[in-house]
Ligand binder design. Structure first.
Ligand code: SF4
Ligand code: SF4
Length: 340
């Protein structure tokens, strides 16, 4: 039996907003916070020590930091193996700033570009604030500026501005090493954003009021037929023109193409899981909204593993999952022991 679609509340609209708020808020606020009279986060390179959320670290505690970094990498592996590209879709600064830039552009081209430039400048100052007490970068003190702090503030501001303005998703598809590592991290039990072709095909516009396939008593297509429809729709030059279907034969896809238009990479998820897909879930949200407007249940695009799509049993603990968990816990414990 195919499993029921995820409820709309589990799609990615609100987690994306929440993660953007938390991560951007932390990045811009942390340099301003103090714990016990010391900066919450400060890497004092000249003084060869750092403050990390109430812990003061000297240079000879570098092994503890390295162990913590290994633990972080193992956790990232674990998160990706168990949940798909959650880092790319929800947590990566590139995705978050790219979405923010798009939102700003909706205020108008000139206003959006001005706000983006101001945010890039503030990002550069905040970045330097992780290495020089941020209050020393602003009036009335402003004693923290020297040729190095000016260089890094300008460099980081310019890189932020230009990266999102000109590169954005090209960085994800052509340059990011994490994207290239996906085949070694994920497996058939890793969920990815996936179109339910057996429910959605044959796609087509319809008159308002036509119920969904379950309400009409139409069963799911067999996988070969559904895949054949997908191929025909994606390759009209080879397969010929798309036939006209009687309303009761249509699947639940409205063929509105909103999923592709809203996708940051302009992928058509209906053609199958794409190696470049960020698992950001924007297509899930927009599709659910389109279906709801036609009185159809959501979940036509949802997060699902290959194993689940083939109706095989789910396996959460796989050998690589266990290895990553052991490395993450072992490194975190080593770091703690080195610090105490
Ligand atoms: S197909 Fe596009 S919108 Fe959908 S999850 Fe992938 S990257 Fe995001
Ligand atoms: S948004 Fe949903 S209904 Fe519209 S074309 Fe994409 S899959 Fe079909």
């Amino acid at each position: 039996m195919p499993r029921p679609p995820l409820p709309a509340a589990l799609t990615f609209s609100w987690p994306r907003r929440l993660s953007a708020l938390l991560l951007l808020g932390s990045f811009y606020l942390l340099p301003w916070l103090s714990i016990n009279g010391e900066p919450a986060v400060l890497f004092d390179l000249a003084g060869r020590h750092a403050y990390l959320l109430g812990i003061e670290l000297a240079a000879d505690e570098l092994p503890a930091l390295l162990a913590l970094a290994v633990s972080g990498l193992a956790l990232l592996y674990l998160l990706t193996n168990l949940g798909g590209r959650l880092w790319c879709g929800l947590l990566c600064p590139q995705s978050i700033l790219g979405s923010l830039y798009q939102q700003l552009m909706q205020l108008g081209r000139h206003g959006g570009n001005l706000l983006w430039a101001l945010l890039a400048i503030w990002t550069g100052i905040s970045f330097v604030g992780y290495f020089t007490p941020v209050r020393q970068l602003l009036p009335p003190d402003a004693a923290g500026w020297n040729h190095w702090t000016v260089f890094w503030a300008v460099f980081y501001a310019a890189a932020t501005w230009a990266n999102i303005r000109f590169l954005r998703t090209r960085l994800c598809t052509e340059l990011c090493p994490f994207a290239r590592l996906q085949p070694w991290i994920t497996d058939q039990h890793t969920p990815h954003v996936r179109y339910q072709l057996r429910r959605g095909e044959p796609r087509g516009a319809r008159a308002p009021g036509l119920p969904g396939i379950h309400a009409r008593g139409r069963t799911l297509l067999n996988p070969t037929t559904a895949q054949d429809y997908v191929f025909r729709a994606a390759n009209p030059a080879i397969a010929g023109s798309w036939p006209r279907f009687a309303p009761d034969r249509l699947g639940d896809c409205l063929d509105c193409a909103q999923c592709q238009q809203q996708c940051p990479l302009k992928l058509d998820i209906r053609n199958g899981v794409d190696g470049n897909c960020l698992d950001c879930g924007l297509c899930i949200s927009v599709c659910d909204r389109q279906l709801a407007a036609h009185g159809l249940p959501g979940g036509l695009i949802r997060r699902q593993s290959q194993a689940d799509a083939e109706e095989q049993p789910a396996r959460i603990m796989r050998p690589r999952t266990v290895v990553a968990l052991v490395i993450a816990l072992g490194s975190a414990l080593s770091s703690w022991l080195l610090l105490h």
